[in-house]
Design a binder for this molecule. Structure first.
Ligand code: 87F
Length: 520
């Protein structure tokens, strides 16, 4: 039931709505924003780029005075930490140990990886001065840590008993990107974990690649409620220094772009050769190790924001939200205000004691309606409202952020009901995101179908001959302002490929189904 102050809010909102309808453009909405400081001035469907930066800027990110660098505010850092706790515990179960290597790389060591670094060289940032004097030898800032770590792997791995060596570090890396920086998705400095492991056999390395990839899938699907495809990168798109690259790929329906969510590489013995990572095997022969490397970064948060956010702002999946439930008092003048405030505090405490991340909002300088909008913008999954009627009936009113559904629940079963609701929200967010993605998948067989689907921002699944030259050709033929189309991955879960199916691009016999699209 709506209390009088809620009704007042509703009347106000309706007035605003009428005014909005009365004017032709979104100008009115901008005015509302100016007056209250609340709400977004752009709609997700109308201008996705502006919508995204506005949503990020509300609570997640502060822009910085160096282009491509962003401040991660507590609201986003908390999400990173929750994922970190999960992943860190999982890799520890796999006997991976954490370590920390320096941020700086000497040119001599960086050069060792010359062949593979070549394409990346323009992105490497260098320190050339200390104070006013030039450094004798400039030093690079790590863009990734293969060259930093592997000289020490060579030193530490001597005999078969030193294997496997499984290390991970949580750190920042710097890649001086020149193309269009985007918060979380493409920044010049970002946070990640990088795992680097060495084994005696390829079989062990192969197995770990997939174990890690499964953890990445779980981060996206179970934590961020973002559906991903697990698959193999093409020869063109794999990490050039490695043997093969697996990835989880997400898709953003609004822009029709794929986004590489995380990668798990088998490096084979390439780096072992370069860095002389040898050991004496059981037969007293010299052998070379097999290596993997794997990483996920703060990009995960950007993918989550893009997937779930709406015209009211962020929508956070309960599993990663630092505040899962916000409790808001809805008092009005003749009511027992103190009683309502106390009920809010007691409700939040009871939830916290049960391990739910809950907070009451007792600020006395904002109306309930203002607070509703504020917490909606922040994306808190569940709102609890307590007004005089609720107090009387020994109940609370819940409002879901994902679908707006309201439900009154008895205070006696508060904890169970809220737990259940949070699980439902998590599940629903994943299902909705998956349906939206599925609606974008387009199977094509011919070049014309491919071009049509590409223009319609589809996630394209096409039979492909798996030839590097053909992928390069597709890139060249689709090059435009919005970027070229390329392979995203060949899904491990392959649909049936009937005998005689031809490649959509070359007309040669197709070897596999592959996802194609523009990408971030
Ligand atoms: C940019 C500048 C210099 C990507 C770069 O994916 C070097 C590189 O080596 C570079 N951008 N890469 C590839 C990174 C490969 C690999 N490293 C460890 C990973 C997972 C973690």
């Amino acid at each position: 039931m709506a209390g009088p102050s809620e009704k007042k809010e509703k009347v106000k909102k309706e007035k605003v709505l009428k005014e909005k309808v009365a004017t032709s453009s979104g100008q009115k909405k901008k005015d509302v924003k100016k007056e209250t400081g609340l709400g977004l001035s752009v709609k997700k469907d109308e201008n996705f780029g502006d919508w995204y930066s506005e949503v990020c800027k509300q609570d997640m990110i502060e822009y910085y005075d160096i282009s491509g660098c962003y401040i991660l505010r507590p609201w986003s850092m908390a999400i990173w930490e929750i994922m970190q706790i999960f992943f860190d515990a999982e890799i520890k179960k796999m006997k991976v140990k954490n370590c920390y290597f320096p941020l700086f790389v000497s040119p001599a060591v960086l050069e060792k990886e010359k062949d593979h670094i070549e394409g990346f060289a323009p992105e490497v940032a260098w320190v050339t001065k200390s104070g006013k004097s030039d450094l004798e030898i400039p030093i690079a800032i790590r863009p990734t840590s293969e060259t930093v770590m592997y000289p020490y792997y060579s030193k530490w791995i001597r005999g078969h008993r030193d294997l496997p060596l499984k290390l991970n570090q949580w750190c920042n890396v710097v890649r001086w990107e020149f193309s269009n920086p985007t918060p979380f998705i493409r920044s010049r400095e970002f946070l990640w974990q990088e795992g680097h492991t060495a084994f005696a056999t390829k079989a062990e390395a192969d197995e770990e690649v997939l174990q890690i990839l499964e953890l990445y899938r779980r981060i996206y699907e179970e934590y961020l409620a973002v559906p991903v495809v697990k698959g193999m990168k093409s020869e063109n798109e794999k990490f050039a220094g490695g043997l093969y690259t697996t990835s989880v790929e997400a898709f953003i329906p609004n822009t029709g772009r794929g986004v590489q969510g995380a990668t798990s590489h088998c490096l084979g013995q390439n780096f072992a050769k370069m860095f002389e990572i040898n050991y004496e095997n059981e037969k007293a022969e010299t052998a070379m190790v097999w290596q993997n490397s794997w990483a996920y970064s703060t990009r995960t948060i950007g993918v989550m924001i893009m997937t779930h956010g709406d015209d009211k702002g962020l929508v956070l999946p309960p599993k990663v939200a630092s505040v899962q439930v916000v409790v808001i008092p809805v008092p009005y003048k003749d009511a027992n205000t103190q009683g309502i405030y106390d009920a809010c505090t007691a409700t939040a405490s009871a939830l916290c004691e049960a391990g739910i991340r809950a907070e009451e909002d007792l600020r006395d300088n904002y109306s309930p309606g203002w607070k509703y909008s504020d917490w909606e913008m922040k994306g808190v999954p569940l709102r609890i409202e307590i007004g005089p009627r609720d107090l009387e009936n020994d109940q609370v009113r819940t409002v879901r952020r994902d679908n707006g559904v309201k439900e009154d629940i008895p205070r006696g079963s508060l904890v169970e009901n809220v737990k259940e609701l949070l699980e439902k929200i998590q599940q629903n967010m994943y299902e909705v995101a998956k349906q939206k993605r599925e609606a974008c998948v387009q199977e094509v067989k011919t070049w014309d179908e491919f071009i049509k689907a590409l223009n319609e921002k589809k996630l394209i699944l096409a039979p492909w001959c798996d030839e590097e030259e053909v992928e390069r050709d597709v890139k060249a033929r689709t090059k435009g302002e919005t970027g070229a189309a390329k392979t995203l991955c060949s899904p491990f879960d392959q649909p049936e490929l009937p005998e005689g199916t031809l490649c959509f691009a070359s007309g040669k016999p197709a070897k596999k189904w592959t996802y194609w699209g523009r990408s971030y």
